[in-house]
Design a protein around this ligand. Structure first.
Ligand code: ADP
Ligand code: MG
Length: 608
């Protein structure tokens, strides 16, 4: 999981309250400009800067903004908490004074983890396991690729894990539970209020139970009437343990929900679970098409699609390599074509039901070379099993040779993007290209070179789910080989090729990294053509001169930096996919906001 970006800072204390922060500053001597950083208990991902000036404390909330940058209200944006502190150490820019002396954490005071920090990891796993029935590698891939969305889902349901949460009980029942046993002031519980989806807080004070409605505003924030607003219910509760915010008392002891403690309650999915692929019983035929593909919209996660997991239990089951003609229904619809023949739509009947498939049908000219080429493509694909790579389901050998693959119905990335320039956001493209980098990292680990990575060969299952396809040029490298030496100069996609591929016909995963850079360029220019109108010799000259394609108009700087890294001339100095995936992941996590539609973030109000 993503570590806290402030974890490395020696003056970061984690989840400590304002009072505790002031204690630390007092202990450290109250010099002007003495400061520390702590986790914001109010907004997800935010911080508070606590500063001393003139023997007084000043607390400045730092908001994490939608674009992933951090800023103090009204101040400049910074790419991380460290950069922000460095900036204010040089320039007060509106603060009481500049940051002069860090109030360092003593070695025996670890960074305090918040209530959610310690729950997050387990909850993520449980959630993914329960919602999508995933395990092992598929679960890890799901978590890595969709962490920001998942964390958002988890955070908003984390209260259900808390011992003070009693679920749907009546007001009367809440009183019965609070009056049960000792009745100290501040004993409390949270319950669901009727059908409205809002919550109520019930508190014991002076042997009497008081009930408060927890407000939930349009932007999704929780608060007490006229009180401070929070992203989640559990943050509000943590805050009310320190500050009464208009209540009769601050919250003290939780009235324990025995059910929550004994049998851990899983967070109920806030979002309606998308329909999972359930094979219908019997019946084969296009007319009774079994799958209703999930519409391409922004809510669907890759794990919601049947294509996320391998439909076969054992991908290496060789018996499954060949498919019987009777198992296959071939539609007339052509998905695409190439010189080998065409790709058709179809349905495959398996033990577990029917699957929508794409079938690469070889032209029936019996040309031995072409046939062998396709057999090799099948052998390569047969060994691969990753959510971000199109899976081969088998080979069908009748009059024509047919390669049966899982279907990626939204088609090639370049076409998709050029037809949807208006509706696809940068974050969306970053998510897709991060998935491609995960698929490529998998290939790199398995020692396969793709040799034809390009936007036309990245296929979409839907707007949020990409898969690498077209293994027609791919090669498996031997255990000791670092590269594949091509003997024949084929119809090579030279504009996607690294210098060593063009000049020496040396192909390695590093060559694929270069192609990934070009694919990124295509994606961020919404399906634009790389080195437009230029002839190959001119492209080679341009690269030899140290020049590279320019940053596409809507492409973030950080992404262009990754592209240029991929276009490192010498393959020895070029990053591998492990590194590229890391860079894509970091950037993707940083821009994935807190789930609010744009324009709904509130200005931070200073804590008094
Ligand atoms: P080529 O070697 O000719 O480039 P591809 O494997 O890239 O062959 O397939 C050609 C076209 O067929 C693709 O651009 C795409 O439109 C379609 N296609 C191929 N595989 C699939 C698939 N699994 N799902 C949906 N469409 C596919
Ligand atoms: Mg292709």
């Amino acid at each position: 999981m993503s570590a806290d970006p402030a974890a490395e800072l020696p003056f970061f204390y984690g989840s400590v309250s304002r009072v505790e922060a002031e204690e630390q500053l007092k202990l450290a001597g109250m010099a002007d400009g003495l400061f520390l950083l702590r986790q914001c208990l109010r907004s997800l991902g935010g911080y508070v800067l606590s500063l001393v000036w003139n023997l007084e404390f000043h607390h400045y909330p730092i908001e994490k903004q939608l674009n992933g940058t951090y800023c103090i209200t009204g101040g400049k944006s910074h790419c991380g908490p460290a950069e922000l502190c460095e900036f204010y150490s040089m320039d007060p820019d509106g603060l009481a004074c500049n940051l002069r002396k860090p109030c360092l954490r003593s070695p025996d005071t670890p960074i305090r983890r918040g209530v959610f920090d310690s729950l997050r990891e387990n909850m993520l796993r449980e959630y993914v396991k329960q919602t999508w029935n995933l395990e092992g590698e598929a679960m890890e891939q799901a978590i890595i690729s969709q962490a920001p969305q998942l964390e958002r889902l988890i955070a908003t349901t984390a209260h259900e894990k808390m011992p003070w949460y009693h679920g749907k009980i009546t007001r009367k029942e809440s009183e019965r539970r609070l009056y049960c046993g000792a009745q100290p002031d501040g004993k409390f519980l949270v319950r669901d209020r009727d059908e409205t989806g809002t919550f109520a807080l019930s508190i014991m004070y002076g042997k009497t139970v008081y009930h408060y409605q927890i407000l939930h505003d349009k932007s999704g924030k929780y608060s007490m009437p006229e009180g401070t607003k929070f992203d989640t219910v559990w943050q509000l509760i943590e805050y009310l343990k320190m500050k009464s915010d208009g209540l009769v008392t601050i919250l003290r002891e939780a009235c324990l929900n025995k059910a929550t403690i004994q049998t851990p309650v899983l967070p109920s999915a806030r979002r309606p679970a998308a329909p999972r692929y359930t094979p219908p019983p019997g019946g084969l035929g296009i007319a009774t098409k079994p799958l209703s593909p999930i519409p391409a919209n922004t809510e669907v996660l890759p794990m919601d699609c049947a294509e996320f997991v391998n439909p076969y239990h054992n991908p290496n089951d060789l018996k499954k390599f060949y498919i019987q003609r009777e198992q296959l229904m071939i539609d007339e619809v052509e998905l695409g074509s190439g010189n080998f023949g065409c790709v058709k739509k179809g349905v495959l009947k398996t033990d577990k039901g029917q699957i929508d498939v794409a079938i690469k049908v070889l032209k029936n000219d019996n040309e031995k070379l072409v046939r062998e080429e396709m057999m090799r493509e099948a052998e390569i694909m047969h060994q691969l099993d990753n959510p971000y790579i199109v899976r081969m389901l088998g080979l069908c050998q009748t009059d024509a040779l047919m390669l049966v693959m899982e279907m990626a119905s939204a088609g090639p990335l370049n076409k998709f993007l050029s037809s949807k320039k208006e509706s696809v956001t940068t974050e969306n493209i970053v998510n897709l290209m991060h998935q491609v980098s995960m698929g490529m990292m998998y290939l790199e680990e398995k020692n396969f070179v793709h040799r034809d990575l390009a936007a036309r060969n990245v296929l979409l299952v839907n707007q949020q789910f990409a898969k690498i396809s077209d293994f027609g040029l791919s090669k498996a490298l031997g255990a000791d080989d670092n590269y594949y030496k091509a003997r024949t100069l084929g119809k090579w996609p030279l504009k996607w090729y690294a210098p060593e591929c063009i000049k020496f016909h040396k192909f390695s995963s590093k060559g694929d990294v270069w192609s990934f850079g070009v694919t990124m360029w295509e994606a961020f220019s919404y399906g634009g053509k790389p080195y437009k109108k230029m002839k190959i010799p001119d492209v080679i000259r341009l690269i030899e001169n140290g020049e590279r394609m320019e940053c596409p108009a809507k492409c973030p700087e950080q992404i262009y930096a990754v592209m240029k890294d991929c276009w490192t001339y010498k393959h020895e100095e070029r990053p591998d996919f492990k590194k590229v995936e890391g860079a894509m992941r970091t950037y993707y996590y940083s821009i994935s906001n807190k789930g609010q539609p744009e324009g709904q973030t509130e200005a931070a109000t200073p804590i008094k």
